[in-house]
Design a protein around this ligand. Structure first.
Ligand code: GTP
Ligand code: MG
Length: 882
């Protein structure tokens, strides 16, 4: 091989000769000069030296001898967020570096590798320290928050304790009041029932809301509810949802728009709410265990209502019932035993309540308790006049009151209870006039119940009769002392001693005969003995020492009630205690309302009525039953509730009755085979008459035909009454009421038999002779014509003259007439005058105007109708439905 000198090598590498000489020298190769020869070994030694010096990749082979990997990791640490505090995020960055060296090939690099490893370790250590510092900081922050939370918790616990103590105290007080104060208890119980209803509604709404947002709610089963956590919608599951952001389970349906929620949350987070709030999470906490409720079960309850009280869906309850072998619909009524069982079955506690308990407590709340502390003052006596028919009760009262009631009465008998207060020289007395006819037993009984003293009227020419005895019994039953008025002593055949003897047989013994009853002879014609009677009454009243609170809420009794067109329900009330004022809210039976107007017995408007004073009131929601209590309510809400409760009870009673009636009819038909039935519908002017008529008719004995009173009500005859009569093949009996125009048309169309009466014994006679098969002739009333009153003029010679238009048939001067107001008879009599323009005429046809003067009656008003009628003899027929 040819010799290579330093000079040649430098030329070959393109490097200066001096530099090469120095490098050779540094590499430990001895070269003498530029022209000195160098071997191959010298060249390798130089190369190695140079490689070492630069530290670069070994040029000798293509593979890397050392690989360095670098990794940077960033994690986030979340702190805080508890109890509404703002959360804090700390970023932690960890850097790692790894160097891999191929040791077998480059053992000389160990030291370098070692150094690098150490460097990396130091760096890692530093980074760990930094991380630890950050973590420590985080921990400190957490601890601080924890401490704050603890403090808050303690604060809250303290507050809770305080509240609990206060509550305990309130509870004790409440329990004491419940024990000691009946008014408080009643109010509380009423409140309870109200809030129960509200709670039920709220629960239902909540259940509906949950049902809408949660596909599978499981609430009612007695078993624990395992699905609560899985559902991911409850409060407990919420943090999990938060920890997996973007996870499929996180709910997206929100109650707030995204834009709004931040502001809202911030506002809320300012006040410590005691409950952890999470973004986008429903705050409703679903119960994880079944809620055991105490359920009140009344004597009868519908399935729907029972489910409502347990706060479960009706279908749930129905399912449970089916499992127990009971098939029921939602509206079906369950008896108490079944309902109790079902409540237990569903895992709740049942408590049976009697409906009357609740009603009693409500009543207490309504009337505002006993009001015993209100001072009582003397009050006028209430005196009821009772006795046999036509013995002169009304005439006696007329004499005392200087009125003429008796002469205006249809058929000459009293058919209503009348209430009047009379101011005598010696004081005020309130009189109740009762009918003496046998049919009015209940009216008499009512009269006796509200009275302080009974005046037993016995005609001196007639003596003790059946209704005299009945009256004595009523008085005794009511515990009212009796004063006897022996009437008609002006008559030649009068015999007071005979009356006294007959009375003594009934154990009513005169004072002068050693008994305790004052017996006074009177005449309504001459006025003899009337003063003595009044004296006797006042003495009796004084002995009774009658008092009543005046300044309290009024309470009283309904004497009579009716429904009048344009006025609505009208009730005659006898105030027993307190003062009834216009504007008061009153409750009577199921009826309720504000007193819109009040009138005294003469029809004059009044503003208030004290104890023992009778008044007519307007404004009730319906016509109460005669005899019902009426109270001014202290608590309007309870009153409304009580009215509803009573209404419901009444409905149930009616339903039960109608079932009973139907069953009754079925059995009657089964037993009697072919018995005919006379169906009757009664419409009357006032409650008491309707009741008296149906009582009397039901009592009519008959073999061949059964009298069946389908309905009995008050007010004019309406279209629907006629329809009902047509459907049930019934005869309508109108007592002092008439059919309105629409009903009259229906009567013509359907051919329903409608009979008008104004005297109760006419009805009884007609019906009893009809059913006993006594065919023959009967007197029937036919309406000849109707005149509508347009205006009323006062004439100095003729009194008031009604300007009328005859709208149906004709008006004849010779025939009797009735004055109707709102289809109710208000007067019966004859015509004084009938005129066309200035001429007296005998007859006025339909479509013609005329002037009508009614004899002895000046109270005709525009809007009234004057009905002209005649009595005709017709052959009797029995209209009976098979
Ligand atoms: P009812 O209410 O239907 O039970 O009758 P009542 O007890 O109210 O009798 P009423 O006052 O209507 O009188 C019946 C009849 O007896 C009438 O014709 C009266 O004129 C007459 N009458 C009443 N009192 C007296 C009296 O003191 N003397 C005479 N002579 N007749 C009297
Ligand atoms: Mg009378």
């Amino acid at each position: 091989m040819s010799t290579v000198t330093v000079q040649d090598f430098a030329k070959e590498l393109g490097r200066p000769i001096d530099e090469l000489l120095t490098q050779f020298k540094e590499a430990g190769v001895t070269v003498s000069g530029a022209s000195a020869p160098i071997s191959g070994e010298d060249k390798v030694a130089l190369l190695n030296y140079l490689q070492l010096k630069t530290g670069g990749a070994a040029p000798a082979s293509g593979e890397p001898k050392r690989i360095t990997l670098k990794r940077r990791e960033t994690t986030e640490l979340k702190l805080g967020g508890a109890r509404g505090a703002p959360s804090k995020t700390v970023s932690i960055e960890v850097r790692k570096k790894r160097t891999y060296v191929k040791r077998d090939e480059m053992p000389e690099l160990d030291a370098e590798a070692q150094r690098l490893a150490e460097e990396a370790a130091i760096q890692a250590e530093a980074e760990r320290a930094a991380a630890a510092r950050l973590a420590a900081e985080a921990e400190a922050l957490r601890q601080q928050q924890e401490a704050e939370r603890k403090q808050r918790d303690e604060e809250e616990q303290r507050k809770r304790d305080e509240a609990a103590a206060a509550e305990r105290q309130a509870k004790d007080e409440h329990a004491r009041l419940l024990q000691e104060d009946p008014l408080y208890r009643a109010k509380w119980e009423a409140e309870q029932s109200r809030s129960r209803a509200a709670e039920n509604i709220r629960r239902a709404a909540e259940a509906a809301r949950i049902a809408a947002t949660q596909p599978a709610p499981v609430i009612a089963a007695p078993a624990p509810v395992p699905s609560a956590k899985k559902a991911g919608g409850g409060g407990n599951a919420a943090p999990a949802g938060r920890a997996a952001p973007g996870g499929g389970r996180q709910r997206t349906e929100l109650h707030l728009a995204d834009g709004k929620k931040g502001a809202r949350r911030e506002k809320k987070s300012k006040k410590p709410s005691g409950r952890v709030r999470f973004d986008n999470v429903h705050v409703f906490e679903k119960p994880v265990a079944p809620v055991v409720r105490e359920v009140e079960v009344p004597e009868a309850i519908t399935v729907g209502e029972l489910a409502n009280r347990m706060a479960v869906k009706a279908t749930e309850l129905i399912k449970v019932m089916m499992k127990n072998g009971l098939m029921a619909t939602i509206n079906q009524t369950l008896d108490q035993d079944t309902a109790l069982l079902m409540v237990e079955e569903m895992g709740h506690k049942a408590r049976s309540v009697k409906a009357s308990d609740f009603e009693d407590s409500l009543e207490q709340a309504v009337t505002g308790g006993d009001q015993q502390d209100i001072e009582k003052e003397p009050r006028p006596a209430v005196v009821t006049i009772m006795g046999h028919v036509d013995h002169g009760k009304t005439s006696l009262l007329d004499y005392i009151r200087k009125t003429k009631v008796a002469s205006g009465e249809a058929g000459g008998i009293t058919q209503h209870i009348g209430a009047y207060h009379v101011e005598t020289d010696k004081g005020i007395i309130t009189f109740l006039d009762t009918p003496g006819h046998a049919a009015f037993t209940r009216m008499r009984a009512r009269g006796a119940q509200v009275t302080d003293i009974v005046v037993l009227v016995v005609a001196s020419d007639d003596g003790v009769m059946p209704q005299t005895r009945e009256a004595i019994q009523h008085a005794r039953a009511a515990g009212a002392p009796i004063v006897v008025a022996v009437t008609k002593i002006d008559k030649p055949d009068s015999d007071i001693d005979r009356v006294k003897t007959e009375l003594s047989k009934e154990n009513v013994i005169a004072e002068e005969w050693g008994g305790d009853v004052q017996i006074v002879g009177v005449s309504a014609v001459t006025g003899q003995g009337v003063d003595a009677l009044l004296d006797a009454l006042l003495v009796q009243a004084e002995m009774l020492e009658l008092t009543a609170p005046v300044e309290s809420l009024a309470r009283g009794n309904i004497l009579e009630a009716s429904i009048e067109k344009g006025r609505g329900p009208v009730a005659t009330v006898l105030v027993r205690a307190g003062t009834l004022k216009q504007g008061d809210v009153v409750l009577s039976g199921p009826h309720f309302g504000r007193v819109r107007a009040m009138f005294d017995e003469t029809g004059k408007p009044t503003k208030e009525a004290g104890p023992s004073i009778p008044v007519q009131i307007l404004g009730l929601s319906g016509a109460p039953d005669a005899g019902d209590d009426v109270v001014v309510v202290a608590d309007e809400r309870s009153a409304r509730e009580l009215a509803e409760l009573r209404e419901q009870k009444l409905r149930e009673q009616k339903l039960a009755q109608s079932h009973a009636l139907r069953m009754d009819q079925v059995f009657a038909r089964m037993g009697e085979g072919d018995v005919k039935q006379l169906n009757l519908m009664i419409k009357s002017d006032v409650q008491g008459s309707a009741e008296a008529i149906s009582d009397a008719l039901r009592k009519i004995p008959s073999e061949e035909v059964r009298v069946n009173v389908l309905t009995s009500g008050i007010g004019g005859i309406s279209e629907s009454d006629v329809d009902l009569a047509a459907a049930s093949k019934a005869i309508i009996i109108g007592f002092n009421v008439r059919a309105d125009a629409a009903a009259r048309k229906r009567i013509q169309d359907t051919g329903v038999d409608v009979r008008y009466y104004s005297i109760i014994y006419d009805i009884i006679d007609d019906v009893s002779s009809a059913v006993s098969g006594l065919l023959g002739t009967e007197t029937r009333e036919q309406i000849v014509g109707i005149a509508q009153v347009r205006d009323v003029f006062r004439s100095s010679t003729l009194g008031s003259i009604a300007g009328c238009l005859v709208i149906e048939g004709s008006v004849q001067k010779s025939l009797p007439i009735r004055v109707l107001r709102n289809n109710t008879v208000i007067y019966e009599g004859v015509l004084e005058s009938l005129r066309r323009f200035k001429d007296d005429v005998q007859k006025v046809e339909a479509g013609t105007e005329c002037g009508i003067g009614v004899k002895d009656y000046n109270d005709v008003k525009a809007g009234d109708q004057i009905e002209c009628f005649q009595r005709v003899e017709v052959r009797r027929t029995v209209s009976a439905a098979a």
